[in-house]
Design a protein. Structure first.
Lengths: 379, 97
């Protein structure tokens, strides 16, 4: 390393490489040098493909000092020969350090980071408390612009993921920054994480539709549609304020008022698909769960050939008060189940309780997480 | 002078075919590049010396991000023209390319 090979060695190597005699290699080099010199004189530049470019650079007249006498002299304008290596040579020579990248120095970066943090923390804080999803959406759209649809999909299902990514330290922001800008980069990271979470969720849906679907539809579908659906249901339901619900301890009696039929669950079916096929609306699957809560332990994994009680619903678009209440209680039961097994998603079930029965949501037993309740009530 | 012109001139002067000259030139370049890539300096009489040097990491200011950046160390090719060549072209006058 860092040694110098002599011209003789160079000629030997070239002769070997080209399978020619040393003398011809030698004369070739001197011809080459002559031509380069001539080329510089006539054109001011000689380009050798794959290697580099020799060119003349004009240095303007400048003043300097004679280092020996200290007197001021004027250095006249003159040409300088410069060699600019082309990319292949540059990269080949730099190969040992190729993995090093430019970094933004942390201290100087504070400003950028602060910016990106501000944008992040505002929505993040709110997602933890009672701000509605719509508010989140509006706030998050800004940094993305032009990318709205995807953003909605990505951001909505997992505010949690955003919290994580926002909290993630930006250790050394790497060279990629050059293309995107610092906070764009952190958003991209957040987006990727959210997307991964979304894919994971989607995967879960494919496998266990009955568990994941409601939260997905509640959360992933752009809230506008979710909401409008809710509104529609509310409107088509019973316009006047619903009468007082039967107290909790009377549920069993009221349950008997609901007509049911036996249903044997088949391979590949889930509560979601059964609700879709039998009840006419997959969102009503918690109803089945509620009626069978004594048999079903895990709503995501129902043993084969389980005999379920399926409610008979005359009009899924126009549920009776009792039916709505039952669905809501199903969601409430699922909320409790998810509190224990899937705490991140539980609050969506609580929110769904309010969709079907606001009364029930407002008169919940005290064993509901205050934060989740706030989230559900904010809708 | 571009690469093709260079090869034309080479074949004229050496009496080789163009393909032969091209091959020869490419071989010479390969050897040179290999030497430089392994960190060796090469000196060619009447042309100059090629060598490599490591530029230490340095701070630069990047106006786009309004931040200072640390550019890592790099190994670069250096070329020092031979005195003869330098003097030949020195007072040719300013060339507009």
């Amino acid at each position: 390393m860092s040694e110098k090979i002599t011209f003789k060695e160079l000629v030997e190597l070239i002769a070997k490489q080209s399978e020619q005699s040393q003398s011809s290699a030698n004369s070739f080099i001197s011809e080459l040098v002559e031509i380069i010199e001539a080329g510089l004189k006539t054109d001011g530049q000689v380009s050798i493909s794959g290697f580099g470019k020799f060119e003349l650079r004009w240095m303007n007249e400048r003043s300097g000092t004679n280092p020996q006498t200290g007197e001021q002299i004027t250095i006249p304008g003159q040409n300088k020969v410069v060699f600019k290596p082309y990319k292949a040579l540059r990269e080949g020579v730099n190969a040992p350090y190729a993995d090093l990248e430019s970094k933004i120095i942390d201290k100087e970066n504070n400003l950028d980071r602060k910016k990106s943090k501000e944008i992040f923390t505002t929505p993040v804080k709110k997602s933890g408390s009672q701000e509605s999803l719509d508010d989140l959406l509006i706030e998050r759209d800004n940094p993305y612009s032009g990318n709205k649809d995807r953003v909605i999909d990505k951001q909505e299902p997992e505010p949690v993921a955003n919290v994580a990514s926002a909290k993630r330290p930006n250790p050394a922001i790497v060279k990629e920054v050059r293309d995107k800008g610092t906070f764009n980069w952190s958003f991209a990271a957040a987006g990727i994480i959210a997307l991964l979470a979304f894919l994971l969720l989607f995967y879960m849906v494919q496998r266990d539709p009955e568990s994941a679907d409601p939260q997905i539809t509640d959360s992933i579908e752009s809230p506008v549609t979710a909401e409008s659906e809710t509104d529609r249901e509310m409107e088509t339901g019973t316009p006047p304020p619903p009468p007082a619900e039967p107290p909790v301890d009377e549920i069993d009696d009221s349950q008997s008022d609901i007509e049911t039929e036996n249903y044997e669950i088949l391979p590949g079916q889930s509560l979601w698909t059964i609700a879709e096929a039998e009840l006419g609306n997959p969102y009503l699957w918690p109803f089945i769960y509620y009626l069978n809560s004594d048999i079903i332990d895990n709503p995501n994994a129902i043993p084969l050939a389980t005999n379920l009680q399926i409610p008979i619903i005359s009009n899924p678009d126009n549920l009776s008060e009792l039916e709505r209440d039952q669905v809501a209680r199903g969601y409430l039961a699922l909320y409790h189940w998810n509190r224990d097994n899937n705490p991140d998603q539980a609050r969506y079930f609580l929110w769904a309780v309010g969709v079907f029965s606001t009364d029930l949501l407002e008169n919940l037993p005290s064993d509901v997480d205050a934060e989740d309740l706030a989230f559900a009530l904010s809708r | 002078m571009n690469y093709n012109e260079l090869i034309d001139r080479l074949s004229e002067q050496t009496g080789n075919t163009k393909t032969g000259s091209k091959k020869m030139l490419q071989n010479a370049i390969t050897v040179l590049s290999d030497q430089l890539e392994s960190g060796n300096g090469v000196s060619i009489p009447d042309l100059g010396t090629f060598s490599t040097r490591i530029t230490p990491e340095r701070k630069v200011y990047n106006p786009h991000y309004d931040a200072e950046m640390m550019v890592p160390k790099k190994r670069i090719v250096e070329f020092t023209p031979a005195t003869g060549l330098k003097d030949e072209v020195k007072y040719l006058g300013k060339k507009d390319e």
